[in-house]
Each structure stands twice: as structure tokens, then as C-alpha cells.
Write a protein that binds this ligand. Structure first.
Ligand code: OGA
Ligand code: ZN
Length: 367
């Protein structure tokens, strides 16, 4: 195809390609991105914007594969490849949506739940990629045949990222205990929630691995908080508006050692209005502090959201048996468990971050 023409004024370079397309590049942008300004190792830029002179375009020439540009006042020449110019054409590439949009789900997903064999994930990078993409897009993933020796959960983390240590340690235990400080360590049911909303940043991923389950209950539940937030947005926009704008406080206090606090709206939006995070946890949300004209409306909105999050049509239910493990996006997918009265149940849990998961998928895609 090749480059068939270049034109420029002081500010802009226009490049015409053999396929009839053209692209415009700002001189400053070109100077900022000169090949010689990148380190040969990892391609990192070697200078800051403030050390770059203000430039004008003094000249431009081309052959089929490249354009050479001269910058004033430096008298600097730089060559840009056709492929590079096409790939980085600033009007065609975007910096939004570094990951694909989430695949939203409801209880309809119940029929297609699938636990993937742990050893298959370890041994087969194609299977691993498929499972990681599912985790990214659906916000959860299920594994079976993870060894029930305590600590094996970290081998699942090793498949995609790094353990996130917290004040609870590297791993935490979820089992009935004699004098529990946390609902986790009782046989009580736990309503839908995200973990650790009092942390900044919130752990992006949570893993729960079943070591023992001979209880007469203790089923696991997951709910896509993004689906529910979109339902709220379409059915009760006033409630959505309040929950996505009014901050509330979360806190975890362990006298003498820990006092974690965060103040955020329950539904967090990005600058385009897309839902990017849900925090919801009745155990750690604090007394609301808001003006009288907001309080009653906020309670109404909070109740409506809470009802939607606990609607059976919004969730999937399953039992984790020994060796089974779930991973979920703790900023999107809420989890809960049903009560049990008898028998033993022991899960190990831990946290990880999502950035390494996304990185792992890109590396597998590039392989
Ligand atoms: C928790 C929790 C899940 C379970 O303690 O926060 O979500 O299945 N436990 O016991
Ligand atoms: Zn939890």
C-alpha cells in the first residue's frame, strides 16, 4: 500500500496512504513520540514534556515505508514508519475501554455454570486463557480439584497474579468459631455484599476455596452488581442518581490494631457515566451522615437497591464442595451464603488485584 504523499504547515502533518486514506498528526505529538525518545529496553519515554521544546514543522518528506519530519527550532529530523503511523493514528485509536465491556448476567446463567479442572488450567494455556477471559467478562470463575491441603488457594492466584496481603494476613479462614468477632466465623447466613469496602483501593478479586463442607446449608450465592445497578438506573433513576453520587462511610475497626475507613458512593461511575464499582456491605457501612432533605430519599434508594441485590432472579446459587473454588470481581460481583445449623464447613479465602489478571490475558493473547 505505502505512503503516497505528505503535506504540512507549521503545526500539522497530513499523510496520504495508497489505499486512499489519510491521517493528520500534530507536530508537537510527533516530536513527543520520536523513536529516539524511547528507551531501547522496554520502550519507555526518556524525557518529560517540560524538557521538550515547543516545536514547529520545518519540513517533511516520504518514501513508500516512512515519513521523515524536520522540527524547528532544534533542526531535528525523525523518521516514522508507515505501520507505526497507521497503528497510532490518534483519531482512530482511543484510550477508553482498556478491557472489553462486561457481559452482564442474571439467574439465567444458573444452567450453564461450569467448574474447570485445576490441573487443566495449570497445564494448558488455552484453557487458562478461556477461563481468565470468562473471569474478566462475567466477573467470576469456578475451579474444581484444587488440592484441599491448606494454602493451595495460592496456587490458583499464581495462575494470574499476586496475592494481596491485608490486615487479615495472606489468607483468611471462614469457619464456625467459638467466640467469633466476624459473621464469617458463625453459621449465620450472610447477605449479598462486597468485601472490604473500607479499603482504598478495594481488593479487585476475591478467592474462596472450600476445604471441608459437610454442612446442611452454607450454599454460595453470587450476583452481578453491574446488572442490578443498570436495572436500578432504568427502573428508578432517582435512586440510581442518589446512590451514585452521595458518599457514605465504611469502616473496619479492630481496637488497637486496625481502623480502616473509606468514604465513597455505593455505585461508582466513570466520567462517561458507566458503572465501574459497587460497594455494598451492611456489616461495615456506617451511620449515614447527610442533610435532612437527602436522608429519607437516600434510605428509600438504599432499600430499593438492597431488594434488587437480594432478588433471586439476580443471583446464581451453588454449593462449594471440597476442592472447589470461586474467584470473583469484588468491585462488581456480590457474594453471600446461606445459613447452616449442623456439620463442619471450612473455606480459605484471599484477595488479589485485577490488573495482573488483565495483563496475563494480554500476554497469553500475544503468545
Ligand atoms: C464473608 C463471606 C462466604 C462464605 O465472610 O464475608 O462472604 O461462603 N463468606 O462463607
Ligand atoms: Zn464476604
Amino acid at each position: 500500500m505505502g505512503i503516497v504523499g505528505v503535506e504540512h504547515d507549521h503545526q500539522w502533518l497530513e499523510v496520504s496512504f495508497g489505499d486512499g486514506t489519510a491521517a493528520s498528526f500534530l507536530g508537537t505529538w510527533l516530536r513527543d513520540n520520536i523513536p529516539a525518545g524511547r528507551h531501547r529496553g522496554g520502550g519507555q519515554r526518556t524525557f518529560d514534556i517540560n524538557s521538550m521544546p515547543e516545536v514547529t514543522l520545518a519540513g517533511a518528506s516520504h518514501d513508500t515505508d516512512s515519513v521523515t519530519v524536520s522540527f524547528d527550532p532544534e533542526g531535528l529530523d525523525a523518521m516514522f514508519d508507515e505501520a507505526w503511523l497507521r497503528h497510532h493514528d490518534p483519531t482512530r485509536t482511543t484510550t477508553t475501554g482498556v478491557n472489553p465491556p462486561p457481559t452482564l448476567w442474571t439467574s439465567d446463567l444458573q444452567g450453564s455454570l461450569e467448574f474447570v479442572d485445576f490441573e487443566a488450567l495449570v497445564a494448558d494455556s488455552r484453557q487458562l486463557r478461556g477461563w481468565l477471559v470468562g473471569l474478566r467478562d462475567y466477573g467470576f470463575g469456578l475451579v474444581e480439584n484444587v488440592p484441599t491441603t491448606p494454602g493451595s488457594i495460592t496456587r490458583v492466584v499464581d495462575l494470574f497474579g499476586y496475592l494481596r496481603q491485608t490486615n487479615y494476613g495472606n489468607l483468611f479462614e471462614v469457619r464456625d468459631e467459638p467466640d467469633p468477632a466476624n459473621l464469617a466465623n458463625t453459621r449465620l447466613g450472610i447477605g449479598m455484599h462486597t468485601d472490604n469496602p473500607y479499603r482504598d483501593p478495594v481488593p479487585g478479586l476475591q478467592l474462596l476455596h472450600c476445604l471441608v463442607n459437610v454442612s446442611n446449608g452454607g450454599d454460595s450465592q453470587l450476583c452481578d452488581g453491574f446488572t442490578v445497578a443498570e436495572r436500578l438506573r432504568s427502573e428508578d433513576s432517582a435512586a440510581f442518581e442518589l446512590l451514585s453520587s452521595q458518599p457514605v462511610r465504611f469502616r473496619f475497626l479492630d481496637e488497637g490494631s486496625t481502623d480502616l475507613q473509606a468514604i465513597v458512593p455505593l455505585i461508582q461511575l466513570d466520567t462517561a457515566g458507566q458503572v465501574v464499582e459497587i460497594r455494598y456491605n451492611s456489616r461495615s457501612i456506617q451511620e449515614f451522615a447527610m442533610p435532612p432533605d437527602v436522608m429519607a430519599g437516600y434510605y428509600r434508594a438504599y432499600r430499593v437497591f438492597g431488594e434488587m441485590l437480594h432478588d433471586p432472579r439476580a443471583r446464581i446459587d451453588f454449593r462449594l464442595d471440597p476442592g472447589q473454588l470461586m474467584v470473583f470481581d469484588n468491585q462488581r460481583v456480590l457474594h453471600g451464603r446461606s445459613a447452616y445449623e449442623q456439620g463442619e464447613r471450612h473455606l480459605q479465602g484471599c484477595y488479589a488485584d485485577k490488573d495482573a489478571l488483565h495483563s496475563r490475558i494480554r500476554v497469553l493473547d500475544a503468545a
